[in-house]
Ligand binder design. Structure first.
Ligand code: NAI
Ligand code: MG
Length: 356
C-alpha cells in the first residue's frame, strides 16, 4: 500500500538536507508518495502563520512527517505565537507525539571527532527514549506567587509542578521496551526515585510493564549517576528510558559523544507508532544556502521513519548500511572532515549515500 509522507523542509538548511533524504528514500524503489508543505519561517512569510492549517492537515493525514528544521534570526522579533519554533510545538501537540527517540551512535570512522577518548566512545550505540508531553514542563499549577512557607515565606517565588500519571508512564514504557526488543534487549530506567514521588511512580510502573517483556534486561540509574555514566562508560547503555526533563538534558549530553550535531537523528512518535522524524539540529542559518550542511542526521531520520512508522526494517537497514559504507569510504562533509578524507557538499553526500 502506498505510504504518504508529508515533507516539511522548513527554513535554513532544511530544504537542502531534506532533499538528500528524499533522494535516498526514492532510491529504495518503494511505493512512497511525497507531499510538500511550508512550515516555520517560510510558512509565516507565505501564509502568515508558522503552522498553517493546510500544513497541519497534511501532517495529520499523512502516514509520517519528514521534517527539516525551522527558525531564522530574522523572525526573532515576531511575537512568540508567530515564531517559527512554534510550529514544532504545534505539531507535537496536535499529532500527540509523546515519545522522543534520539539515537547516539559513534561510527568507528568518526571516533576521532568525538569530544571523548576513543576507548570510551568506540562502539557507542545507544538510544534515549524521552517522554515528551508531560513532566514539569507542562504540569499545572505553575506561576508566580508569594511563598506560602519556608525561610522566605511571603517573598515572590516561581513554581512549577512535576507530574506523571500511571497511564502516561505505561505508554512511554512500552515504547522503551519495544525499542529495546529491536536492539540489544537492555533497558535502563533513569529517574530520581530516591527523592521524587513522580520518579517513584515512574520506576514502579516501568518495573510492572517490564514483566511483559521478559527478554529485556532492565536496570535502573538515578539521573545524576546516569549523567556520569554517559561520559564514563556510554557503551554499556542500550536504551535509556526517562522523563521529559531528564531526557532533555541527557539527550544533549549524549549528542556530544558522537562527533557532530549533523549526525544526530530523532523520531517523535504517537500512539499509532507514526509521527515526526527530524534531525536534532536546527536550521543553521550560518551555513544555509551554501550546500555544505551534513545531511546524514536527516537521512538517518528517514531511516527511522520507515523503521518505526512503516515497519520496513530491511529497507531501514539498507539506508544505515549505506551511511556506514560512505563513511568507511572516507567521504565527509566539512563538519566531520579530517585529514586524508574526501570532502563533499551536502548534495554530494546525498548522492554518495544514494549510490551506496
Ligand atoms: P543549529 O543546530 O541550527 O546550529 C548550531 C551549529 O551547528 C551551527 O554552527 C550550525 O552551522 C551547525 N550545524 C547544525 N546542523 C548542521 C549540519 N547538518 N551540518 C553541519 N553543521 C551543522 O542551532 P542554532 O544556531 O542555535 O539555531 C538556529 C535556528 O534553528 C534558530 O532559529 C533555532 O531556534 C532553530 N532550531 C530549530 C530546531 C528545529 O527545527 N527542530 C532545533 C534547534 C534550533
Ligand atoms: Mg534540549
Amino acid at each position: 500500500m502506498t505510504k504518504k509522507i508529508a515533507v516539511l523542509p522548513g527554513d535554513g538548511i532544511g530544504t537542502e538536507i531534506v532533499e538528500q533524504a528524499v533522494k535516498v528514500l526514492k532510491a529504495l524503489g518503494e511505493d512512497f508518495e511525497y507531499e510538500y508543505a511550508d512550515v516555520g519561517g517560510v510558512a509565516y512569510a507565505n501564509h502568515g502563520h508558522p503552522l498553517p492549517p493546510e500544513t497541519l492537515a497534511l501532517a495529520k493525514e499523512a502516514d509520517a512527517v519528514l521534517f527539516g528544521a525551522v527558525g531564522d534570526f530574522k523572525y526573532d522579533t515576531l511575537p512568540r505565537a508567530l515564531r517559527p519554533e512554534q510550529a514544532i510545538l504545534g505539531l507535537r501537540k496536535n499529532l500527540n507525539l509523546f515519545a522522543n527517540l534520539r539515537p547516539a551512535v559513534c561510527y568507528p570512522e568518526l571516533v576521532s571527532a568525538s569530544t571523548l577518548r576513543p576507548e570510551v566512545v568506540s562502539g557507542l550505540d545507544l538510544v534515549i527514549v524521552r517522554e515528551l508531553t508531560g513532566d514539569v514542563y507542562f504540569g499545572t499549577p505553575r506561576g508566580r506567587r508569594e511563598a506560602p512557607d519556608g525561610p522566605f515565606k511571603g517573598a515572590e517565588e516561581g513554581f512549577d509542578t512535576m507530574r506523571y500519571s500511571r497511564p502516561e508512564v505505561e505508554r512511554i514504557a512500552h515504547v522503551g521496551f519495544r525499542t529495546a526488543m529491536q536492539r540489544r534487549k537492555h533497558l535502563t530506567c533513569v529517574d530520581k526515585s530516591n527523592v521524587l514521588e513522580t520518579s517513584q511512580l515512574w520506576r514502579e510502573v516501568v518495573t510492572e510493564v517490564s514483566k511483559q517483556y521478559p527478554e529485556v534486561k532492565l536496570d535502573y540509574l538515578y539521573v545524576d549517576n546516569a549523567a556520569m555514566q554517559l561520559v564514563r562508560a556510554p557503551t554499556e547503555l542500550d536504551v535509556v528510558l526517562t522523563g521529559n526533563l531528564f531526557g532533555d538534558i541527557l539527550s544533549d549530553e549524549a549528542a556530544m559523544l558522537t562527533g557532530s550535531i549533523g549526525m544526530l537523528a530523532s523520531a517523535s512518535l504517537n500512539e499509532k507508532g507514526t509521527g515526526l522524524f527530524e534531525p536534532s539540529h536546527g536550521s543553521a542559518p550560518d551555513i544555509a544556502g551554501k550546500n555544505i550542511a551534513n545531511p546524514i542526521a536527516t537521512v538517518e531520520s528517514a531511516a527511522m521513519m520507515i523503521r518505526y512508522a512503516f515497519h520496513m526494517d530491511e529497507q531501514a537497514d539498507r539506508i544505515e548500511a549505506a551511511i556506514r559504507k560512505v563513511l568507511s569510504d572516507g567521504i565527509r562533509t566539512g563538519d566531520i572532515w579530517s585529514e586524508g578524507c574526501e570532502k563533499v557538499s551536502c548534495s554530494g553526500m546525498g548522492d554518495a549515500i544514494r549510490a551506496a
